[in-house]
Design a protein around this ligand. Structure first.
Ligand code: BG6
Length: 494
C-alpha cells in the first residue's frame, strides 16, 4: 500500500472487535490491520481487543493467523512479525447479551498516550447492533470524556425503510451521529475515490458532465460467485437490497452530485443527499417498466458447472429471490433531467467486473458518411475492479486514403502495481482511526435510499415466480428492453 507523506496519523487506539472469530474478521479486518500496522497507519501503541465466546485466547490467535494464510496471501507475515502483532492483541470472553461483557471490555481498555480512545467494530449480525450499542453505553463506553469512542457498523443497515429507521433511532438514542461509522466497502475502493478525483480535479470534465452531453449512465457490479454460505441472509435480501440499495446507489450519488464546497464529511454527504432527494419516486405501476429481476439457473463458469440458485444449500427449491436486479432511476434536477441511471448487479455472471459507464450523446450527424462507418457515441468507463482505471472511447480515422473511422480506446490504469492498491478495509479503518467520515453513510442518506427502493420491494414482495438467466452468461431477460432507448443499449462490461 502506498503511504503518502500528507496522510493524517492516527492516535493510539483500543480497537475492539465484536465478532472476533467470525468470517469478516478473518478475511478482511485482521489482514487489513496487519498491513496497516506494517505501513505505520496504526499507531504503534494501539491495542486490538477481540470479543470472543467459546474459544480460548490462544485458539483465537491461531484462527486469525490461519485466516491470514488462507485469505490474504499478499499479507505476508513471518514468525517474528506475528509475535510482534500477537503482542498487541488481547481478548475479552463473554456473551453479548450479558452486561458483564461490556464491563469487562471497559476494564480491558488501556490508557494509551494518556487517553482511552476506542473503536468498536461490530463484525456481527445486524440484529445485535442495538444491543451492543446500549451495552457499551451502559458501561460508560460511549461517553468521550476519556478519549474518542467510535462505533463501526456494517451493512445491511436495515432490510427496509422501517427497520433502517428503527436501527438509526436505536443507535442515535445512545450515540451521537458523529460517533457512528456505517461502512459501505465500495466507497473504500481506491478506484471509487479515483472517480471523484477525475470529476473534480480535471476542468475538462465539468462542462460535459450533464444532460446536454450525457445520454445515459450505467453502474454495474457483476460477480461470478454465487451466494456462498449465506443462503439465510440472501434469501431475505436478494440483489436489490444486497447491492443496489447500498453500494450502487452510493456510486450513483458520487457520479451525480454537485461539486461539494469542500472535501469534508458533511459537505460531501449533503450533496449526496440532494441527489437522493431529487431521484424520481418510482410508483407501483412503474415498477415493471423500470426494473428487472432475475435468478440464475444452472450453467458453466470458467469451465466449471455451477448449480442453479434454487439448488444451493439452504435455498428453498421454489425460491423467487432475485440474484440479478436492475433499476432505472431518473434524477429530476437541472443537471440530470432525462438521463437514465441504470444500476444493475448479478451473481454467477460471465465475469467479475464493476464499472461506471458514462455514455455521451451521438455526434449530431455523420460528416463522413460518403465513405465511412457511422461514428459511435463516445463513452467514458470507470473500471472499479478488477484492474481499476479509466477508458475513454473515441472515434479516429482509420489509416488509409478514406475517412473511414474506427474506435480508439485510451486507457489509464489506476495503478501500475495492483499490489500497491490498498484494500477497502484498510482505507476505511484508517479513516475511522483519524475520524474522517467522508466515505461513510449518514443516517439520512441510508433512510432516503431505502425510501427510493421501497416501492420496488413492495411490488416484488408477493412475487411467486421469476425469470431466469443461465449462470455464466449475460443473457438476462428484459435488460435490452430496460436500456432500449439508451445509446448503445445495455452495456456489457468488456
Ligand atoms: C457485499 C455483498 O456487500 O458485496 C456480497 O453482500 C457481494 O453479496 C459483495 O458479493 C461484493 O463486493 P466486491 O467488493 O467483491 O465487489
Amino acid at each position: 500500500m502506498k503511504v503518502n507523506q500528507s496522510m493524517d496519523t492516527a492516535e493510539p487506539t483500543n480497537i475492539v472487535i465484536f465478532g472476533a472469530t467470525g468470517d469478516l474478521t478473518k478475511r478482511k479486518l485482521i489482514p487489513a490491520l496487519v498491513r496497516m500496522i506494517d505501513c505505520g497507519l496504526v499507531h504503534t501503541d494501539s491495542r486490538i481487543i477481540g470479543v470472543i465466546r467459546s474459544n480460548t485466547h490462544d485458539e483465537w490467535l491461531q484462527l486469525i493467523r490461519d485466516g491470514l494464510g488462507e485469505y490474504s496471501p499478499r499479507v505476508a507475515i513471518d514468525d517474528a512479525g506475528w509475535q510482534v502483532f500477537a503482542a498487541r492483541v488481547k481478548s475479552v470472553s463473554g456473551d453479548l447479551s450479558d452486561q458483564k461483557t461490556y464491563e469487562d471490555i471497559s476494564t480491558a481498555l488501556e490508557p494509551l498516550g494518556g487517553k482511552k480512545n476506542a473503536m468498536f467494530y461490530c463484525a456481527i449480525p445486524p440484529a445485535w447492533y442495538g444491543r451492543v450499542a446500549s451495552g457499551l453505553s451502559n458501561a460508560g463506553l460511549i461517553s468521550e470524556v476519556e478519549g474518542y469512542r467510535r462505533l463501526v457498523i456494517e451493512k445491511p443497515f436495515g432490510m427496509d425503510l422501517e427497520s433502517a429507521h428503527a436501527l438509526n433511532q436505536e443507535l442515535l438514542s445512545v450515540c451521537d451521529e458523529k460517533q457512528i461509522y456505517r461502512i459501505d466497502h465500495y466507497l473504500g475502493k481506491e478506484s471509487v475515490q479515483n472517480l471523484l478525483v477525475y470529476r473534480f480535479a480535471n476542468s475538462i470534465m465539468e462542462p460535459l458532465w450533464n444532460r446536454n452531453y450525457i445520454d445515459s449512465v450505467q453502474i454495474s457490479a457483476a460477480e461470478t460467485l454465487g451466494i456462498e454460505y449465506r443462503a439465510d441472509y440472501y434469501e431475505h435480501s436478494g440483489a436489490l437490497r444486497d447491492m443496489i440499495q447500498s453500494h450502487l446507489m452510493q456510486l450513483m450519488t458520487l457520479v451525480a452530485m454537485e461539486p461539494p464546497v469542500e472535501f469534508t464529511a458533511d459537505a460531501v454527504r449533503d450533496e449526496k443527499m440532494k441527489v437522493l432527494r431529487a431521484v424520481h419516486r418510482i410508483s407501483p405501476d412503474e415498477v415493471d417498466k423500470l426494473t428487472v429481476a432475475s435468478q440464475y439457473a444452472a450453467g458453466t463458469i470458467n469451465d466449471e458447472s455451477v448449480p442453479a440458485y434454487v439448488s444451493e444449500e439452504g435455498v428453498s427449491p421454489d425460491s423467487s429471490t432475485e440474484t440479478f436486479a436492475a433499476v432505472r432511476f431518473e434524477i429530476d434536477n437541472w443537471r440530470w433531467e432525462g438521463v437514465p441511471f441504470i444500476l444493475w448487479s448479478g451473481k454467477r455472471m460471465n465475469k467479475k467486473v464493476s464499472e461506471v459507464l458514462i455514455r455521451f450523446r451521438k455526434p449530431p450527424f455523420n460528416l463522413f458518411d460518403s465513405h465511412a462507418s457511422v461514428p459511435h457515441a463516445n463513452s467514458l468507463v470507470f473500471r472499479l475492479q478488477p484492474d481499476g482505471g479509466v477508458a475513454l472511447r473515441l472515434n479516429a480515422k482509420k489509416p488509409g486514403l478514406t475517412t473511414d473511422n474506427e474506435t480508439l480506446v485510451m486507457r489509464a490504469p489506476y495503478a501500475d502495481d495492483e499490489e500497491e492498491v490498498a484494500d477497502a478495509y484498510e482505507v476505511l479503518m484508517h479513516d475511522v482511526l483519524i475520524g474522517d467520515e467522508t466515505l461513510f453513510s449518514r443516517s439520512d442518506e441510508v433512510e432516503e435510499s431505502w425510501t427510493l427502493v421501497e416501492p420496488i420491494l413492495q411490488a416484488w414482495k408477493n412475487r411467486v415466480s421469476i425469470a431466469r438467466y443461465r449462470a455464466g452468461t449475460w443473457s438476462v431477460p428484459d435488460m435490452d428492453k430496460l436500456c432500449a432507448d439508451c445509446v448503445g443499449g445495455w452495456h456489457l462490461p468488456s
